[in-house]
Design a protein around this ligand. Sequence first.
Ligand SMILES: C[S@@+](CC[C@H](N)C(=O)[O-])C[C@H]1O[C@@H](n2cnc3c(N)ncnc32)[C@H](O)[C@@H]1O
Length: 249
Amino acid sequence: MNSSTSAMIERRRQNAFASIWREDLDTVFVDVAEYYDKANTYASLGLLPKWQRRFIDGMILKPGDKVLDVCAGQNIVGIAMLKKQPGLDIHAADQSVSMQEEGKKVAESEGYSIDSHICDVHELPFPDNSFDVVTLQYASRHLRVADAFAEIKRVLKPGGRFYHCDMQRPPNTLIEKAYLFYLKWALTMLAKFFTTGSPTKEIEYFLNAIHLFYSHEELSDLLSELGFTQVKAQPIMFGAVALHEAMKP
Ligand SMILES: C[S@@+](CC[C@H](N)C(=O)[O-])C[C@H]1O[C@@H](n2cnc3c(N)ncnc32)[C@H](O)[C@@H]1O
């Protein structure tokens, strides 16, 4: 992929979603917060916790490391990292006050402390070269990815590592079609069980967000284009999900 491919992907995504990201995204997460969690678990056929374990297991985390979890939501990743390495200094960044309030409560109830920063991941309120590790799970589909990754690279220390996990567009078109068909069916069924409303708009957004997203190979190329090195990708389920890691040189 050359830089014009990633620029084209970003342009397409911004044309399709800019107004949703600007005006509706908070509402999407508030309205479907409980249902969204269950939806993710059921739509992944219960495999989500396994992928999450694999994500955390693959991280190199050393005592005293300063770690930033961006788009941290309810601190699921931060808490899992602390369970693996209790000596971390963890900071969480998210634009949603309600997700972070809940995340702080959950962390404290498990005896952990995570510093919360309410901010936009595209403009992180930290100086250059601040963190040993930055993590980002299940949020890139809602971001201007190239801008957010550049910002993550800015706040990483040289030699610092970026760990990323998200659903991706499967590179094979037939698999993508089958996957989106299944996802639409699963989300519609789940909405019938778990909500009283009809979240057609939200379901359409989630499906389109995958259709217009990067494949795991394209995301690796983007990381290299932005100047990250040692880029590695682990596609899961024919590339419907992928784990990436990369280093700031
Ligand atoms: C699906 S949740 C994922 C939360 C968490 N990473 C996890 O894996 O459970 C997506 C989160 O990204 C946050 N988010 C979306 N756009 C953001 C932005 N531009 N800046 C900061 N946070 C953002 C939302 O508020 C939400 O909490």
